[in-house]
Each structure stands twice: as C-alpha cells, then as structure tokens.
Unconditional design. Sequence first.
Lengths: 494, 477
Amino acid sequence: LNSSSPVFLNGVTCRGKVLTLDSMNPNVRRVEYAVRGPIVQRAVQIEKELREGVKKPFTEVIKANIGDAHAMGQKPITFFRQVLALCSYPDLLEDNKFPEDAKKRARRILDACGGHSIGAYSASQGIECIRQDVARYIEKRDGGIPSNPDNIYLSTGASDAIVTMLKLLVCGEGRDRTGVMISIPQYPLYSAALADLGAVQINYYLDEDKCWGLDVTELRRALNAAKQHCKPRVLCIINPGNPTGQVQSRECIEDVIRFAKEENLFLMADEVYQDNVYAKGCKFHSFKKVLFEMGPEYSSSLEMASFHSTSKCYMGECGFRGGYMEVLNMDPEVKAQLTKLVSVRLCPPVSGQAMLDLVVNPPLPDEPSYASYLKERTAVLAALAEKSHLTEEMFNTVPGITCNPVQGAMYTFPRITLPQKAIAKAQEEGQAPDMLYCMKLLEEEGICLVPGSGFGQKEGTFHFRMTILPPTEKLKVVLQKIRDFHLRFTQEFS
Amino acid sequence: MLSENSLTHPPFTLIVRNKEKVSYSLKKIMVALKNKQIGVKKPFREVIDVSWGDPHRGGVKPLTFVRQVLAACLYPQLMNGEKLPVDVRQRAQKLLDGCAGWSVGSYSATGGLPEIVQRVSEFISRRDGGVPSNPENIFLCCGSQWALTRILNVLVNAEAPFPTGVLTPAPCYSTTPLSIEGLGGVVIPYYLSEERGWELQVEELHRALESCKGACHPIALYVINPGNPAGQVQSRKSMQEVIRFASEKRLFLLADEVYQGCVYGETEFVSYKRVLSEMGPPLSDTVELASFHSASKGFMGECGLRGGYVELVNLDPAVKKYIYTLFCADSSPPVLGQIALDLMTNPPQPGDPSYLLYYQVRSRSTVVKNVKKACEVINSLQGFSCQAVEGGAFAFPRIHLPAKAIQKAKEAGMQPDTFYCLRLLEEAGVLASPGSDYGQEEGTFHIRFCILLPHDVLGELLQRLSDFHTQFMKDFS
C-alpha cells in the first residue's frame, strides 16, 4: 500500500495524498542544510528535556553551531539600535535622550519610506537613498572605484541575493546544465541552493595543509573534470571563508579573476565577513577592487556579483535580514529580468534595509555618536581576534586535533583524527563518522557543533565547525570540554 | 554588448497570462513618470499612489502600541522609567525573553520564535471556533508571498514530463502567477464571475481544469479570500464546493487569506481550515491545505516588516520534513516581522492601558463607511461599474471605455486600461493599476486602487478620479 493509492477508512474511500515523496519536486529532496540540521534538532530537544527537569551532565546547551553573535551574548551597536527605535516609533524624535546624529539618520530613512513609515513596502530593489549610501560605502572602501546605485540590490540577508543570482544563472538540460563551482569546504547554503535548482555542483578543494589556501591548478582540475558532464558557468568564492576562515591574498584573488575571465565564468564573491580579519599579515581585498586594479581588460568584461550582509562582522544583526549584492557588467536585458525576479518577494524587510544603511553609513569622526560607536566596534572585533587565537592555540595542544589559524570570519574548522573503531561504528549506523562524534559530544557535554560532513571535506578526513562567538571565559570552558571529550572518545574507541 | 556571451540566462520571461510582457514595464514607466513630476507644473501638488495594497503608503498611521513595543524591543533602554505604558513594557520583556541573547538581532528557530508560533496557533484556534491548531504545522516567514513561493517550490516539478499546473483566479494579484511561472509551472486561470460579485463558480473550475487536459499536470488550486484585486468574500457554500472539487480532482489547496482582517459587507470571513474541519471526515482528514496570513494588511498594515505565516493541514509527514529543511536554508524570518505577527494575533485586551487607543484607531465602522462611499461615488459615474467591495484592500471597477479611447490606446501600443491609468496619472496625479496586470475577460477593462486610506485622502482621491473620468469620457466620446 503506497501513500497515493486509495484507502478505506470507516467504509469510505479516501484518496491518498496529492503531495507525496514521489510527486513532490525531486530537487527539494536533495536539499540539506547542516547548520540547522539533525544535530541542531537534537540540541533543541535536549534543551526541552533540561527545561522539563531531566538530569543531564550539563545545565545548558551551548549552541556553537551557528554564526549568531547576539545569541552568544555580543551586544548590538548602541547607535544602530537608537536609529532603528527612532524609525519604528518616530514620536521618540522629540525625546532629547537620543543624539542628533541618530535622529538625522532616522529622519532621512523615514523620508524615503512610503507614508514615512518603515511599515510601507519599499521598491523591490530597495530604498533608493540606501542603495546610494551602499554605493558610497563601496567606493570609499575600494579607494574611489565608482559604484553605481542601480547595480545595487538590497536583499533579505545575503542568502536571498545569492539564491536569486543562482536562479538567473542556472539553466540548460542534460550535459548543458549549468555547473557551479564552489569550495570544499563550503557554507551549505550553496549546496542547498544548487540542489534546489537542480544545478550541477562542481567542487574545488581548498588546501588544508596550506591554511585552506586556494590554488588555481585545483580550480582548473575541477573545471576540466566537470566539462564532461555539465556546462560550467559560475564560480563561487567565500572570502573570508566559511567554515574555514581563510582570508585570500591579493595574488590569489587576481589568479581567481584571471581564471574566471579565461574560462568565461560568472564570479560570485561572498564577502559577508569582510570586517572579520584577525591574522597578522592578512587583509581583506574586495574582489571588485582587485578587478578594477587589474585594468579595463578585466573590469569591463568580467561578470560578477559581490555580496554583503548585516548578520556578521561587528554588528551581528542576523535577525534583521539585511543585505545587498552589487552586480557588475550584467547584460541590461538580464538586469531587467533580475528586477522582475526580486519583485516576487515584494521587498526586503525595511528594518533590515535601515540597519544596512547604518552599517554603510555609520557615525563620522565629527559626529556625537562616533566615539561610542568606534569603541563598541573595536571591542567586538578585538574580542573576536583574541578568541580566534585562543581557539587555534588550544586545539593544537590536543593530540588528534589540528587547527589551522583562524584568519577571519567567525569559525574554527579543526581536523579531528578518529579511531578506526569509531569510523566503523559510524558506518554500521549509516552515519558520517564526524556526525557520530558531534552527537556524542552533544549528549555528553551539551555542546552543539556542526560535523565537517555538513560542509564537505576531503575523503577520509573529518572535521567539525565551531563558532568562536561565546564570551571568552565560556569559550575557554568549551575548549577544555572538547579537549577532554576528544581524549575520552579516542580512548573509548581504541 | 553581452547578450550572446552573457552567462546569465533567466529561466523564464514574464508573461502575464498571455497578455503583453510590456504591462509590467509600463508600471515602471508610470513610477518613473510619477517621480519626474516633482518640480514639473501640474494641476495637483502630489501624486496619490494607490497602486499598492499598502495602507501606510496611503497615509494610514501605524498603530502606536505596535510601534512602541517594537521600539522597546529594539532599544530596551526605553523600558527604564515610565515613559512607555506598562503593557508595552511587559510585552517587550516577554518577547525579548524569547529571543536568544535577549536581542531581536539573533536568528530565531527556522519556523519562528517558539513562543510566538505557539501564540499564533492559539489565535488560529480561537478564530476557528476551537478547531485545533498545531504549532508544528506553522511556519513564520518573510511575508506570506515568500512562504507561498516555498510551498509552490515543493509542488512544482520542473523536470516532470508535463509542466505542473496551478489553478489561479482571474483576476489575480500579479505576484503569485509570476512565482508559479518563475518555478517552471503553468498558470491555469479560472475566471471569477464579475456579474455575480466576482463569485467563484465551481463550474468554471471544471472548465479550467478541462481546458488544460493533456497540456499540463494540475497539482494545486490557489484561492484568494477575501479577494485581490476583486473584493469578494467567499460564502461558506462556495468554499465547501471548492473543497469538494479539490478533493475530487486531487488538488492541493492553497488558501491566501491575508485580507481576512478586511471584511466590510454582510458575508463574514471564515477560514478554509475551519470550513474543511466542519465538513468532517473523510474530507477533513485528507484534503491537503496550506493557509497563508500576514501582518501586512488589515489594521496592522505593516507590509515593510515582512511578517507572514503558513499553516499546513493534512500534509504527508515525510514531505513536511523536507519543507522544514527548505525553510532552514532561508535561516529564519525577520524578527521584527515575527513580533508584528505576535501583536496582530494578541492585541491589547480590555483593561490594558493601550486598549482604548488601539481600538479607537481600529474603527471598523469608519472603514466600512469609506468603502461604501467609494463604491457609491464610482458607480455614480457614467462608464464605471463597480461590484460591491465586500473585503480586501481594493476597488476594482470596470471601465466601459469608448471605442475612441480603445483605438487611441492601440495606436500607442498599450492596453486600453493601461492607457487610461497613464492619463489618470499624468492629468490627475493618481497612480492606480490597470486591470490588464491581473487578468480579465477579453474585451473588458478595469482599474485597481487601494481604498484603505485615511478619510480625507480617500475623499481627495475620489474627487480627482471623478473629475478626470468625466473629462476622459467626454474627450473620447
């Protein structure tokens, strides 16, 4: 009896379901998203059990699985929240407890909103004056290279823009189906979107031994192999990287750009962690800046989209769903289709657009809120830098764990050596070995990480991704617990 | 320069129910014209934009309670002292207690903050006279259209031998057909009966289904109740017919109920879920339904916050698991939008400090009076006929355009109602939408405009419209 055949119930024929595993969009069945996957669902269950008074070897679950800074205790930037409060409840503009620079920005945003309310729809591409502010921010960041506000699309987090862009790029059938190059390890939004769109995922491996560096020869290898069964059209790169945290060198970025041009690939540069750079000698270079500095041969022809967001960096405003993409050298007809495509979602949340406006248009040195803004921002980034070093050091003292320097972003992705017995057990249970490891860590210590298998990794290697977001003292405790767990685990399966 | 070599290749081109692709870009021209008008001498001072179902844009003020709670959640320092009413502070506290790190800047659980989802489910149950609502079947999302697109994504199989079809009303608000086509699906229009107050007739559903035999595989039936752009509110009887039809023809029912808070006539709103439940087994246990609601409409009007939800009924649990994963990849819906939903479903109660102000502003009788007046004025004009607006945000009157006007429009290369709207914008400073954007019976013409406006703005709108229309009909007689 399958779910679509008729069934008798109380003597009456009922038809089986219309929407079944067989009838549903087969692409959706291939979608996975490890960051909120089975291990997180178990973590939520455990939290429920704790609330119900079930006794556990720990009193709380530490959710180091997701890049959510505020959830781990990081405070919002005061100025940003002041402006948002003013935008939400404009009566506060009369309140002298709010600084003038906050009021000025709030008024400007409200003037650009329908009916002077953040509750009105905005244009689907995003509020015009905010797109202008984004363009100015990009110009300032990139040493004056012009940015056209018409090429800026505000979005519901960077994820929305990334998926939209992929929708425009994926087409063709069979061997002509679009192939999209993505790093391994990668942030699983990409693999999820590619599965959903039925695109061909082309994996290029980052080199763990070279601090997760990217080598063009590897790009070439991956591309040539892929040409046999698909039409490669897109190259995605996350810089600073997620989960791996590497910050690409300028030379590497140039190599990637050259490669994209040679092979006629659309470049998607995910730069949401652009302010999260910790390692000495590392610097964020935007793809756009490097592209333009390579001259018109590249800058006037390479098709590219760059992405940014309000969720990461020093502000950590994930819940606002603010983001943008900047497109370059896009065919005007295609741009018209892009504009229609984004209209289906009506508009990005206006509060997210407002938050983004503040990120790109923060207090200036001569403004009243500047000092406190700078202090808060510096403190957050300094804390993250300290935690990045602390994490790397600590993990490298554990036999069986090796950890590359966390050059940027918000995560550590250490490699774990697992005993053969553990691997065998996992295989028996039909589980990825690092999932078995992480599940056990969750059950025994109440620490929720994401297994490396959720991001992709070289065959035969195992990792986990942990955020470096918990407050320093808590982080130290977490690191110790993981160390102790790892030693026990190794012992148990020896 | 890059057309041939360009890498981007959109999977669809916009075809609004086989009408010209241009109608969407005409809207853009209209918007551009509207913007250009600033500084140009015109017989009006500013454009009244009623092309959106957007009360705030039309001049309706946000609800004070809602905005106070949002401000307190955003900047909790506001809760120190007595400036904000105590119920605002309590509500903000409660909401923040449910947020990770006590911040609205954190991600929430995929389906929404659990406490809010719980309260939404209780609201649904209360609304439906006690029919149970399970929070596990509810997903908060970034606006109802986002959720609808996600559910359509699961239903539409672009790789099947036959394209997936979705029965969609004509007229229908333009975003949904765009979504369907964008996913590689096919819109199967069923025409609402204008002479019968835009009634949905089940015979027409049968006809529509027959018409696409062999061309596509119909999988879903999309209904909007109360309607958009047509302002009908479905009778219980009609809804039962729809449910029986969906069951018989094996269709997944998509019920877009975002205007449930906007009902003016004698027909009361009842949800599809409630009607389904009251029809009893086997229908109540088998018909698969997704119901959509939002904080964008009604008295909230918080379109820009993007707060919506979908409730799933009778879905295969195995499929639900995949739906959940699909929503996971979107991270979580905007927290402020979720808060708006919470406030909408749990407004101040009698005795609460904010209660009087909240309900004073939310005067249903004023809206009903406005709607009635709008219909009267429109119907009093020669060349206009407007069905009763029983619900929703819009009037969708039919314009009986003179032959000369139709000819002029053809010469200009546009639909006659688009031509009318362009003139209306240029000469009277009113931005409305042409019926051709929504689908209409061949040879008929309509315009849609939002009527959820403050009393004085509505008055101004009707005055301009009357003057313009009278002149237009004279000019083209």
